[in-house]
Structure formats: C-alpha cells, structure tokens
Design a protein around this ligand. Structure first.
Ligand code: HEC
Ligand code: HEC
Ligand code: HEC
Ligand code: HEC
Ligand code: HEC
Ligand code: HEC
Ligand code: HEC
Ligand code: HEC
Ligand code: HEC
Ligand code: HEC
Length: 457
C-alpha cells in the first residue's frame, strides 16, 4: 500500500499546522493568514472565518462542533454508515491509530486545496484499507479489488449508502429500465403563514399599495393569476417591511416569513450559503469551479433568481431560469437530452407537465417528509398513504447539494421514481453521460448488484 503517500500526507498536515500556529501568533492582518485556499465546498465563505472558527481559534472540539452544526442533520438523514459512535466503541480503538475517524478534520482538513480530493477529502484514495484489510479474504468477489476503487466505482460511499447496502441492492435488482411515466408526487406542503404576526400596514402604506396597483397594471394582472392571489396573499403580503410600512423591494426576509422550510434549505445550499454566512449574495462571479453565462456574472442569488416576483411560474423556475446562469457542459446539453426533449414537449403542450424531467426534478427534487424526517420518492409516498398514516408532505427540496455528491445520493429520491436501480447506478457511474446530461444508454456497468444477488442465493 502506497506507504510513501501516507508519509507525505502526515508531513504536510503537521508542517502546515506549525506554519499556521506561528503566523497566528505574529500576524495582525487576518486575511494574510489565509495562505491556503479553502476547499471546493467552502471557499465561497472562506473569508467568514468565524463560521468555522466559532470562538477565537479554539482547537479541535470547536471546529468539530462547527462541522456538526452545519452538516450533522444531513449526515443523520443519510444514515451515515461510519458515524462517530462506531469509533468511540472501545473495540474499535485500534482502528483509530492511523485515521482518527472520530474527528471530521482527520479526513476533511481545510486551507490545503492542493491536497484536497473531490468532496473535501484530504486523505489518499486507498484509505478504506486501514480498517477493512480483510475484505478480500471474506468475500470472493472482492479478492483482487484495489482499495482506491471501493468508493470511486459506484459501489460504496463512506457516509451515505442509502441506496447501496446489500439488502437494498437485492430487493431492487429486477425491473424494466423505465417505469411508467407520471411518477412524481405533486408538492402539497402549505406555506406556514408566519406573517400574520406582523403589524398591519399604516393608512399611508395602504394608500400607497392601492396607488402601486393602479400604476402597475401588468404586475397586478400577473399577480392575479398567481398562486399567491389564489391563496389571498395580497401586494402587502410581500411589500411589507415588518413595521407596517410599504417596502419597495421585498427580499428573502419577506419570502422567509411564510416559506420557512424552503428558505432554510436555500440558505444551506451553494446558492444561499454566502447569505447565511453574512456575506453578499452568491453570484456566478464568485465561482472558480463552474462555467456560467457571461451576462449573468453579477446576477445575485435570491428566491427571485428562479421565481419571477409576481408570476412564480414554477415551470420557468425548473429549467429556463437555471440556464440563464449555468453554462457548463452538462447544463448546456440539457435541452438536447431525452429528458430535455420531454420537458420541451410538455412546455409545448404535447405532453402533460407531470411527465417533464427538468433540472429541478434532479437537483431540487420533490421529496416526501414525514415525522421521522425521512425523504423518499412517490412509490414510498403511496405506501405511506396506503398504510393509513397520512402524515407525509411533499415539498420541493431547495438545497441542491443534498442530492449532488456523491451522485448515488440521487438514486432513491430521484432516478428510482422512473428507472430501475441497476440502470440508474450504471448511468450515474458513466462520466460521459454526466457530461452530455444523460443522452444515451450507459456504457459502463457497476457489478455490485450482480455480486449482491449472487451472495444472496
Ligand atoms: C469551512 C471552515 C473554515 C473556515 C471558513 C476557515 N477555516 Fe481556518 N481552519 C479550518 C480547519 C478545518 C482547520 C484545520 C484544523 C486542524 O488541522 O486541526 C483550520 C485551521 C486554521 C488555522 C491553523 C490553526 C488551527 O487552529 O489549527 C488557522 C490560522 C486558520 N485556520 C485561519 C483561518 C482564517 C484566518 C480564516 C478566515 C480568513 C479561516 N481560517 C476560515 C476551517 C476553516
Ligand atoms: C457555516 C456552515 C458550515 C460549516 C461550519 C462547515 N461547513 Fe462544510 N459545507 C457548508 C456548505 C454550505 C457546503 C456546500 C454545500 C454542500 O456541499 O452541502 C459545505 C460543503 C462541505 C463538504 C462537501 C464538499 C464538496 O465539494 O462536495 C464537506 C466534505 C464539508 N463541507 C465538510 C465540513 C467539515 C469537515 C467542516 C468542519 C471543519 C465543515 N464542513 C464546516 C457549510 C459549512
Ligand atoms: C474516515 C474519513 C472521514 C471522516 C472521519 C469524515 N468523513 Fe466526511 N467524507 C469522507 C469521504 C471519503 C467522503 C466522500 C464521499 C463518500 O465516500 O461518502 C466524505 C464526504 C463528506 C461530505 C459530502 C458528501 C456527503 O456524503 O454528504 C460531507 C458534508 C462530509 N463528508 C462531512 C463530514 C463531517 C461533518 C464529518 C465529521 C462529523 C466527516 N465528514 C467525517 C470521509 C470522512
Ligand atoms: C477508521 C476506520 C474505517 C475506515 C477508514 C472505513 N471503515 Fe468501513 N467500517 C468501519 C467500522 C468500525 C465498521 C463497523 C463494523 C461493524 O459494525 O462490524 C465499518 C463498516 C463498514 C461497512 C458495513 C456496512 C455498513 O454500512 O454498516 C461497509 C460496507 C464499509 N464499512 C465500507 C467501507 C468503505 C468502502 C470504506 C472506504 C470508503 C470504509 N468502510 C472506511 C471502519 C472503517
Ligand atoms: C410574492 C411576493 C410579492 C407579491 C405578492 C407582490 N410583489 Fe411586487 N415585488 C416583489 C418582489 C420580490 C419584487 C422585486 C424586488 C427587487 O427588484 O428587488 C417586486 C417588485 C415590485 C415593483 C417594482 C417593479 C420594478 O420593475 O421595479 C412593483 C411596482 C411592485 N412589485 C408592485 C406590486 C403590486 C402592485 C402587487 C400586488 C398586485 C405586488 N407587487 C405583489 C414581490 C411581490
Ligand atoms: C404572506 C405569506 C407569503 C409570502 C410573504 C410569500 N408567499 Fe409564496 N406562497 C404563500 C402561499 C399561502 C402560497 C400558496 C401555496 C402554499 O400554501 O404553499 C404560496 C405559494 C408560493 C409558490 C408556489 C407557486 C405555485 O404555483 O405552486 C412559490 C414559488 C412561492 N410562493 C414563492 C414565494 C416567494 C419567492 C416569495 C418572496 C418574494 C413569497 N412566496 C412570499 C404565501 C406567501
Ligand atoms: C435555484 C432556483 C430556485 C431558487 C433559488 C428558489 N426556488 Fe423555489 N422552486 C424552484 C422550483 C424549480 C420549484 C418547482 C419545482 C417542482 O415543481 O418540481 C420551486 C418551488 C417552490 C415552492 C412550491 C413548492 C413547495 O415546496 O412548497 C415554494 C413555496 C418555493 N419554491 C419558495 C421559494 C423560496 C421562498 C425561495 C427563496 C428562499 C426559493 N423558492 C428559491 C426553484 C427555486
Ligand atoms: C443567478 C444565477 C443562478 C441561477 C438562476 C441558478 N444557479 Fe445554480 N449556482 C449558481 C452559482 C453562482 C453557484 C455556485 C457555484 C460555486 O459554488 O462555485 C451555483 C451552484 C449550483 C449547483 C451546485 C454545483 C456544485 O458544484 O456544488 C447546482 C447543482 C446548481 N447550481 C443547480 C441549479 C439549478 C438546477 C438551477 C435552477 C433550478 C439553478 N442552479 C439556478 C448560480 C445560479
Ligand atoms: C437526470 C438528472 C439530471 C438532470 C435533468 C440535470 N442534472 Fe445536473 N447533475 C446531475 C448529476 C447526477 C450531477 C452530478 C455529477 C457529478 O457527479 O459531478 C449533476 C451535476 C450538475 C452540476 C455540477 C456540475 C459540476 O461540474 O460540478 C450543475 C451545476 C448542474 N448539474 C446543473 C444542472 C442544470 C442547470 C440542469 C438543467 C439545465 C441539470 N443540471 C439537469 C443530474 C441531472
Ligand atoms: C420523472 C421521470 C424520470 C426521472 C426522475 C429520471 N428519468 Fe431518466 N428518463 C426518463 C424518460 C421518460 C426517459 C426517455 C425515455 C425515451 O426516450 O424513450 C429517460 C431517459 C434516460 C436516459 C437515456 C436512455 C437512453 O437509452 O437514451 C438515461 C441515461 C437516464 N434517463 C438516466 C437517468 C438518471 C441517472 C436519473 C437520475 C439522476 C434519471 N434518469 C431520472 C424519465 C426519468
């Protein structure tokens, strides 16, 4: 096993720590401390030092708590396969000598982007070896597999194995590659109308509201056809500064007062993370990782970057709005893909809209939440409803990063609504399909389902 790589890894970790420690004592200008650019997931907020260093640069426990504060719920929801409690078990103590898996920073260090692999991982790729050396002896199928393939071949993840555990693979091994259409559940969650606690508008503000309506016939006509008008959310439902005055430019705070869950999810996502850290809104110009349209470089992220203020046309929000900003190869290939063509036909009225497979179908999926916080797909919703426990609510998940990486996270809440598990696993492992936005059948095959079925015989 590449011992020399591990040697270098240890040296870099210790060496950088020493450098930082030294600079920390001497430097007066904080930004000078940031010699190493933060990882792909965090550079957007790297200048908000205190989002991670929550108390004057306290050590390990402070950072650990910060990680868990922002990511704990997500890992819990993912049924993390290697939770901290597995390693506080004394029987596993010897496993911690090389990688102290109780600490997030053992595997996800910061400020050393050159050493960082995909998903913020700062370990050499064969790290599973240290704790699972014997797997080749215990399973014939694993005999000669290289350890850097465990988590890169579409078979396992370190944390999120919701769609990859053996029983699940066996139970879903059969089925046509494409199920019936119309599989997606309709959103049914209601806005929580927190605004009723806001004070009523002053007379002067009410007078202004009427004047605005008269002066802006098109806005008033658009609004009259919107879900807001139907739900009796009037102009002042949004144009309200919270102190009884007319507000010319409603923003996140206004939307948030009624749509709390969507707002919380948005703030945890790449789109909203800068706002959550107290920085200016995210724009394409902040990104050093993705390609965007030139004219969108300074478009700021808010609810209204996808939802037009007075129409809230969710069909527009689901694809056209995204493509006003995003222009990487995958995004740009969308309209020509089979999913994109179905969506175009639905927009043209040749198919029901319920058959469309939009950017949002995959990235802002409609998920079912029940009291346990479980998220799942339409088939599982039908099951929940049939069981008589009709507590499930369907809502649009507004954090696109929850299902993004590792990409097997999309299997259960998204692909499996319409495709079989084996087909979707193969498609997600095919790099060319990711780039061309799934235009054509998969050209790679992930053997894990076959192995699981073989073992279960
Ligand atoms: C996304 C979280 C995050 C942000 C934001 C962040 N850091 Fe860090 N920082 C870390 C982590 C993780 C370590 C590594 C700690 C370790 O190795 O134990 C670290 C280490 C350091 C160290 C080395 C000393 C130590 O405590 O171990 C310094 C100095 C430092 N950061 C400064 C900064 C400054 C200055 C900023 C803002 C300009 C900043 N950091 C922003 C996560 C962050
Ligand atoms: C202030 C909130 C916040 C804190 C604190 C924080 N993160 Fe993050 N982290 C984010 C956001 C937002 C993202 C980007 C969206 C996403 O991938 O979920 C992210 C992304 C990540 C990613 C995925 C990177 C990728 O490229 O896919 C990892 C891994 C990660 N964080 C680990 C950590 C660890 C370890 C710590 C503690 C040292 C930490 N985070 C602290 C908010 C935070
Ligand atoms: C033993 C190494 C290890 C430790 C410890 C670890 N991670 Fe990870 N983490 C990984 C690897 C490897 C990935 C890449 C995706 C995968 O294989 O699951 C990852 C991915 C992630 C991601 C992005 C993708 C996802 O699955 O959500 C987040 C967020 C994350 N880790 C947060 C954390 C936090 C927070 C902690 C501490 C509570 C932590 N990790 C502890 C190895 C580790
Ligand atoms: C720091 C040690 C450590 C590392 C690194 C590690 N594991 Fe584990 N893993 C464990 C422990 C401990 C268990 C629990 C064993 C048990 O309960 O018998 C476990 C359980 C598992 C299981 C059993 C199924 C489950 O979900 O509970 C699988 C599969 C697995 N690990 C795969 C991996 C893969 C793949 C990697 C690398 C991406 C990895 N592990 C990295 C320690 C580790
Ligand atoms: C769902 C919330 C919401 C409702 C309801 C709403 N608006 Fe707006 N309105 C907004 C937002 C958001 C903006 C854009 C603010 C900005 O530009 O930053 C806006 C902008 C405006 C503008 C400025 C437009 C421009 O082009 O500069 C006017 C005028 C206006 N609204 C009038 C109205 C009238 C009249 C009604 C009722 C018929 C109404 N609004 C209902 C959210 C709302
Ligand atoms: C006074 C409360 C209130 C405010 C403020 C508010 N909304 Fe709504 N919104 C509602 C209600 C009620 C509905 C009807 C459906 C429901 O119950 O969720 C709705 C529906 C929606 C829908 C679904 C439209 C559809 O056709 O299905 C979107 C999108 C939306 N709002 C976005 C926003 C945005 C963006 C803002 C801020 C500019 C905002 N809302 C402000 C109460 C509000
Ligand atoms: C990246 C684009 C995007 C952003 C930003 C965005 N939305 Fe949405 N939103 C959508 C799409 C697309 C849908 C409809 C998806 C569908 O029908 O499957 C939607 C649906 C909704 C709905 C109706 C479904 C539900 O879950 O209740 C509400 C309400 C809503 N959004 C509110 C908001 C609010 C509030 C914000 C700001 C915090 C926001 N959205 C930001 C794209 C976005
Ligand atoms: C106003 C411009 C804008 C709009 C509109 C927009 N995005 Fe984004 N999007 C961004 C920016 C900026 C980022 C952050 C890139 C970064 O962190 O490097 C981002 C990040 C993302 C990411 C995460 C990429 C990653 O590597 O973590 C996904 C997925 C995404 N957007 C999908 C969508 C979808 C789907 C829509 C429409 C429903 C949409 N976006 C609408 C600007 C936009
Ligand atoms: C059938 C599902 C599906 C559809 C439809 C889809 N995507 Fe994706 N998208 C994915 C998957 C899976 C990934 C993860 C690729 C990976 O592993 O890096 C991804 C990645 C991305 C990324 C991150 C790219 C990167 O290089 O890191 C962005 C941004 C994005 N998609 C935007 C969009 C936009 C915008 C649309 C619509 C025009 C869209 N996607 C349509 C499934 C989809
Ligand atoms: C709402 C249903 C739906 C969802 C969700 C969905 N798809 Fe599809 N997918 C389809 C339909 C319908 C087709 C086109 C079938 C045709 O052209 O006859 C298709 C086609 C494809 C193709 C092209 C197959 C070929 O032979 O040309 C691939 C690859 C694919 N999907 C992968 C995925 C992946 C991966 C996911 C999850 C990230 C996913 N799809 C999510 C409905 C869906």
């Amino acid at each position: 096993m590449k011992q020399w790589l591990w040697g270098i890894w240890a040296l870099i970790t210790l060496g950088l720590g020493g450098y930082y420690g030294h600079t920390l004592l001497l430097a007066e200008n904080k930004s000078a401390l940031l010699i190493g650019q933060a990882t792909h997931g965090h550079y957007q907020i790297e200048l908000a030092c205190s989002s991670c260093h929550t108390s004057a640069f306290g050590g390990g426990e402070v950072l650990q708590n910060a990680c868990v504060d922002c990511h704990g719920d997500e890992l819990k929801a993912a049924h993390d396969s290697h939770p901290r409690k597995k390693f506080t078990d004394p029987r596993n103590a010897d496993l911690l000598q090389i990688i102290d898996a109780r600490q997030c920073v053992s595997c996800h260090n910061e400020h050393q982007r050159e050493q960082t692999h995909a998903m913020g991982v700062t370990l050499p790729d064969d790290y599973c070896y240290h704790c699972h050396k014997e797997v080749g002896q215990n399973r014939a199928s694993h005999k000669d597999l290289p350890f850097d393939s465990c988590a890169s071949a579409g078979c396992h993840n370190y944390h999120d194995n919701r769609a990859l555990y053996e029983d699940f693979l066996v139970a879903n091994a059969q089925g046509d590659w494409l199920k019936a259409l119309n599989q997606l559940a309709e959103p049914n969650r209601s806005a929580r109308n927190a605004q009723k606690h806001w004070p009523p508008l002053s007379n002067q503000a009410n007078a202004q509201a009427s004047a605005e309506q008269q002066a802006h016939a098109q806005i008033t006509a658009d609004w009259a056809l919107s879900a807001h008008a139907q739900a009796q959310v009037s102009c002042v439902g949004c144009h309200n500064d919270g102190q009884g005055q007319w507000l010319a430019k409603p923003a996140l705070a206004q939307c948030q007062s009624c749509h709390q869950d969507e707002s919380a999810e948005f703030l945890q996502s790449k789109h909203g993370m800068r706002l959550a850290a107290g920085l200016t809104p995210m724009t394409p110009a902040h990104s050093d990782a993705l390609a965007f349209h030139e004219q969108a470089q300074h478009s700021e992220q808010s609810c209204n970057s996808c939802h037009q203020p007075h129409r809230q046309d969710t069909r527009h929000a689901a694809a056209s709005a995204c493509l006003a900003c995003h222009n990487d190869e995958h995004s740009a290939n969308y309209w020509a893909s089979p999913h994109g063509q179905i969506t175009q036909q639905a927009l043209d009225g040749q198919r029901p809209w319920s058959e469309a497979v939009t950017c949002a179908t995959c990235h802002l999926p409609r998920v079912v939440t029940n009291k346990q916080g479980v998220t799942s797909n339409a088939a599982e919703l039908a099951e929940a409803n049939a069981s008589g426990k009709n507590t499930a609510q369907v809502a649009v998940l507004h954090n696109q990063n929850i299902t993004l990486r590792p990409n097997e996270k999309m299997l259960r809440p998204v692909c499996m609504s319409c495709h079989s598990l084996p087909f979707a696993i193969d498609a997600l492992a095919d790099e060319a399909l990711l780039n061309n936005n799934f235009s054509g059948p998969p050209a790679v095959h992930v053997p894990s389902v076959d192995w699981a079925v073989e073992r279960a015989k």
